[in-house]
Design a protein around this ligand. Structure first.
Ligand SMILES: Nc1ncnc2c1ncn2[C@@H]1O[C@H](COP(=O)(O)OP(=O)(O)OP(=O)(O)O)[C@@H](O)[C@H]1O
Ligand SMILES: [Mg+2]
Length: 512
């Protein structure tokens, strides 16, 4: 039975995001929605959720269908609620009294500790905020789930929990899941929709196998077009020859025949449409370098919550030139709090006992919430005035994946991946010699994740990074620190930590 369907649907924003999209979603379907940043995944999910209308075609929900929609971001309205209240508020008012037990059940299914239920959402880690959004969708017992990048902000342990949760609790509830996380898509989906402006492609396969099929089909399309164009050229050559002979000999028959050949060539050429090409924006950084050997020295630092609850201690840590330090640890252990302490110390905005920096240090900082990116300004305005002329600003933005026609709109209207790309572009212009990045790959598409890793590595940039992305961590890190047992401990590699997440064992071999 079809729960939700799209018929010949299209959405035109500043440019067509998708068109002629026809899709039926039935129980058991788990559709991975894949496309580059700014391609329209969130827009499509919002259309399916009934938040906005498609600009052409129809979306049909079977009668009484309850849609559970998990947006890409938490938004400001829920931040002051407690975790429990935020989930309870997702129930209709008349259900809150009688069906409040549902909230406890959903929170228990997600292994949310009781002590966390009373915390304000703003105090939850990014990962728990995402799971809160999932709980809000699930508490209403939906017939279909729409998940917009559900693994963003989740560290690996929580990604594995989510995979298990989707397999056990969600049963055969149909789902559409937008994601840039290849392993997650492979683990949880059975269909894949590659969203494209002209002709989207749907496969009854999980991501990696669908990607192979897509590459195969794109290559076959390209070969067919090549053949068609060669045939059109042949017809045109023949037509030109006949025209010469026809004119010289005054033969109407030959002239008529050359016209027919030319028309056939034109018909073939008209039928050849531009092939889809992934125009992923570039990600480029810069490194002004430094003569200092040690950029940041941490000694006897206590990392605590604003209320003074001690999260962990750092006995000693020297961040040296060329170090690419990865901070690992479960959601809520305080990695982001350490990053904020470092930022305060490095910006000189607060005297942080236990952290000293070299005077030549120039920091490039990016946080999970992209709080340095002003939502009300335009991308062009944001990057202008950094010593670049207007043309260079515009071309740099376009190259980064923010097309000309949206450069003067509000940043709030950009997709999340485009906002991340904008933040990274601003970092490049700041020419830092030390990068402090909290989950920089969140929201960034697959090509962008690879490009960011290459760029950090190739520049030899000194950095401290928080990331849950295994491929990224392995690719970029030179030193690995894990928050465990109230201490920040150094490990030879990230592998023991990754392995411990599935085993849930205490780790060994650490240098705390
Ligand atoms: N309210 C809006 N007004 C104008 N343009 C918008 C609006 N919302 C989205 N867009 C534009 O539509 C395009 C698609 O945005 P969308 O958020 O759907 O992309 P996405 O595929 O989800 O990207 P990401 O991977 O970065 O999350 C973007 O270029 C964005 O700037
Ligand atoms: Mg999106």
């Amino acid at each position: 039975m079809t729960v939700l369907s799209l018929k010949d649907a299209a959405f035109v924003a500043h440019t067509p995001l998708f068109k002629n999209l026809t899709l039926s979603i039935s129980p058991g379907d788990r559709v991975g929605l894949v496309a580059q940043n700014g391609a329209g995944k969130s827009t499509l999910l919002r259309c399916l959720a009934g938040e906005i209308e498609v600009t052409h075609g129809d979306i049909v929900r079977s009668r009484g269908t309850a849609v559970g929609y998990v947006p890409q971001d938490v938004g400001p309205d829920l931040l002051h609620h407690t975790f429990h209240e935020a989930v309870l508020a997702a129930l209709s008012e008349d259900m809150r009294g009688s069906d409040g037990w549902r909230v406890d059940m959903v929170l228990a299914s997600l292994d949310a500790p009781q002590t966390m239920h009373g915390l304000p959402v703003s105090a939850l880690s990014g990962g728990w905020q995402r799971l809160m959004l999932l709980a809000r969708a699930w508490v209403n017992d939906p017939d279909v789930l729409l998940l917009d990048e559900p693994t963003n902000y989740l560290e690996l342990e929580k990604i594995l929990l989510l995979e298990t949760w989707l397999a056990s609790w969600a049963g055969d509830t149909p789902m559409v899941i937008a994601s840039h996380d290849r392993s997650f898509l492979d683990a949880v989906t059975n269909r894949t929709l590659f969203l494209r402006p002209d002709k989207s492609r749907l496969y009854s396969l999980p991501y990696s196998r669908a990607r192979d099929e897509l590459a195969h089909m794109d290559a076959a399309d390209a070969a067919e077009q090549d053949r068609d164009l060669k045939e059109a050229q042949r017809l045109r050559r023949q037509s030109a020859k006949l025209k010469n002979i026809g004119v010289n000999s005054g033969s109407d028959l030959l002239l008529k025949k050359q016209k027919t050949l030319r028309e056939r060539a034109e018909k073939i050429e008209d039928a050849v449409t531009a092939l889809h090409s992934e125009q992923a924006g570039q990600i480029r950084l810069s490194n002004r370098g430094t003569h200092a050997k040690v950029l940041v020295r941490i000694e006897k630092l206590t990392v605590a919550t604003p209320e003074g609850r001690v999260l962990f201690k750092v006995p000693e840590l020297n961040v040296c030139k060329g170090d690419r330090i990865i901070l690992l640890g479960r959601n809520g252990t305080g990695k982001s709090t350490l990053v904020r302490l470092l930022r305060d110390a490095l910006e000189g905005s607060g005297d942080v006992p236990g952290i000293r920096t070299t005077p030549s240090l120039v920091m490039g900082y990016m946080d999970q919430a992209l709080s340095d990116v002003p939502e009300d300004r335009a991308p062009f305005e944001f990057v202008a005035g950094r010593g670049l002329n207007d043309a260079r600003c515009r071309s740099s933005l376009a190259a980064a994946g923010i097309p000309y026609d949206i450069q003067s709109r509000r940043i709030a209207d950009l997709s999340f991946g485009q906002k991340s790309r904008l933040a990274l572009l601003a970092l490049r212009f700041a020419e830092p010699n030390f990068y402090l990045l909290d989950e920089p790959t969140n929201h960034v598409d697959i090509a962008g994740q690879d490009a960011l890793a290459d760029e950090i590595r190739d520049l030899g940039a000194c950095c401290v990074l928080v990331s849950h992305d295994r491929a990224f961590v392995r690719d970029v890190g030179t030193r690995f620190f894990v928050v465990e047992g109230g201490m920040l401990c150094e490990h030879e590699s990230a592998e023991p930590y990754f392995a411990s997440l599935s085993r849930s064992e205490t780790q060994t071999g650490a240098n705390c």
